[in-house]
Ligand binder design. Structure first.
Ligand code: ATP
Ligand code: MG
Length: 426
């Protein structure tokens, strides 16, 4: 056991702090931090990640005076732990005792539970880190830590967004993966839509998500939601995108065919753009089609980060009702599956109700898998010809062919009659 002689307690908070990281079924590693009170939760996870590179640690614990374990998983809880620790240090000093290090117990991540298979989402780019890396004693390989902190900072410093500059206003909606807020970005004066998703994942996975989202640097289309940046704070990612003042199409109920045709053209153009970048949307549905009062239609929540999709799917169990039959059956997913979702979304918007009457969507679009079996088993629904034009009915029917290969390919979609017809009109 290591005992540290430290200075008088009034100077305590400016002095070094020794954190003893307990290694499960083994010894412990001491980490000397030179600026204890400034220490952030992320710093500690970062160091634990170096001490236990094989484990996926998302939180840690300390013991209170009764020996009860208290979990720390945020900066707030870190502060509580440090203030508790400093009070015990003062007591030890007053009593003339030697100062004990702060003992923490890394907590391994829970094994992934049952997963749903629906794909998601997200437009992102990194935001700046709010802290510098911790100083480390020679009980840890300090070079490797410095390198990793520098690397981390670089990854997290790519964007222009950070939590301090954002003022959250109204809640725009809740989805299966998170909550979307209307927010004000102070430095630019811009109104944003910020999607906040809680994710209990390691720093390693956070980094992986950030790098997977790099592709969004390349996304530049007027049919795709504008992306401003993203950042992780503690166990949540915030994704900042363009605010669309018309909201999403799911709230509009029945939309007349001539308007839907124009919207379909924008959506098809957005999808073909994504496909050209080898991105499958994976979550085409009315709530992911946004409109604004400038008459623009843009797609959002497409799956550019496999790791993000998987991390969200671990938390939310269910199957997306807009998924193609082959996807409901667990078969391979491709462009054709996005085309099905396009067809069923537009059929819903045309009818003003979900096309399968036996499927009652309540809140959101995730359903138990069994309830969606009729999409696999039954013939696809067809729009009533009398109510809609023949080209529109044909367009939807083609998109909703049960056999994926029979659905229109991207170039055919663009040339389809409704496409041509509306392309001229737009
Ligand atoms: P899921 O989580 O399955 O994708 P969802 O699309 O309904 O479901 P979110 O993506 O979390 O859920 O979005 C919630 C709501 O927030 C949307 O229905 C939409 O109305 C609103 N919203 C999302 N992004 C924006 C935006 N950029 N501008 C304006 N409103 C938005
Ligand atoms: Mg969405």
């Amino acid at each position: 056991m290591l005992w540290l002689p430290l200075g008088p307690f009034h100077a305590m908070e400016n002095q070094m702090l020794v954190i003893r990281i307990k290694i499960p079924n083994s010894g412990a590693v001491d980490w000397t931090v030179h600026s204890g009170p400034q220490l952030l939760f992320r710093d500690v996870l970062d160091v634990i990640g170096q001490v236990l590179p094989e484990a996926t640690t998302t939180a840690f614990e300390y013991e209170d005076e009764d020996g009860d374990r208290i979990t720390v998983r945020s900066d707030e809880e870190m502060k509580a732990m440090l203030s508790y620790y400093y009070s015990t240090v003062m007591e030890q000093q007053v009593n003339g005792q030697l100062i004990e290090p702060l003992l923490i117990f890394p907590r391994a991540c829970k094994p992934p539970g049952e997963r749903n298979i629906h794909g998601l989402k997200v437009n992102t780019r990194a935001g700046p880190s709010q802290h510098s890396g911790p100083a480390v004693s020679d009980s840890l390989p300090s070079n490797s830590l410095k390198k990793s902190s520098a690397e981390l900072k670089k990854i997290l410093a790519n964007g222009q967004m950070n939590e301090q500059d954002i003022r959250y206003r109204d809640t725009l909606g809740h989805g299966n993966g998170g909550t979307v807020y209307k927010a004000y970005h102070v430095p630019s004066g811009k109104i944003l839509a910020v999607k906040v998703i809680l994710l209990d994942i390691t720093l390693e996975l956070q980094k992986q998500i950030m790098s997977e989202l790099e592709i969004l640097y390349k996304c530049d289309s007027s049919y795709i939601i504008g992306f401003y940046g993203a950042f992780f704070v503690e166990n949540r990612i915030s994704i900042c995108t363009e605010f669309m003042d018309g909201g999403s199409l799911d709230v509009y109920r029945k939309i007349p065919e001539h308007v839907l045709g124009r919207i379909a053209v924008a959506v098809v153009k957005g999808l073909t753009y994504l496909w050209s970048l080898k991105i499958l949307h994976r979550d085409v549905k009315p709530s992911n089609m946004l409109v604004n009062t400038r008459g623009q239609v843009k797609l959002c929540d497409f799956g550019v980060s496999t790791q993000l999709v998987n991390s969200i799917a671990k938390t939310y169990v269910g199957t997306n009702a807009y998924m193609a039959p082959e996807r409901i059956s667990g078969e391979q997913y491709g462009i054709h599956s996005d085309v099905w979702s396009l067809g069923i979304s537009f059929m819903e918007l045309a009818l003003g109700r979900f096309p399968y009457p036996q499927i009652q969507k309540n809140q959101g679009s995730l359903m138990p898998l069994q309830l969606l079996q009729c999409i696999v088993d039954e013939d696809s629904p067809v729009l009533p010809v009398g109510e809609f034009s023949e080209p529109f009915v044909h367009f939807i029917t083609q998109c909703m062919r049960k056999q994926p290969k029979e659905r229109p390919a991207p170039e055919e979609l663009m040339q389809s009659h409704i496409g041509e017809h509306v392309l001229e009109a737009v």
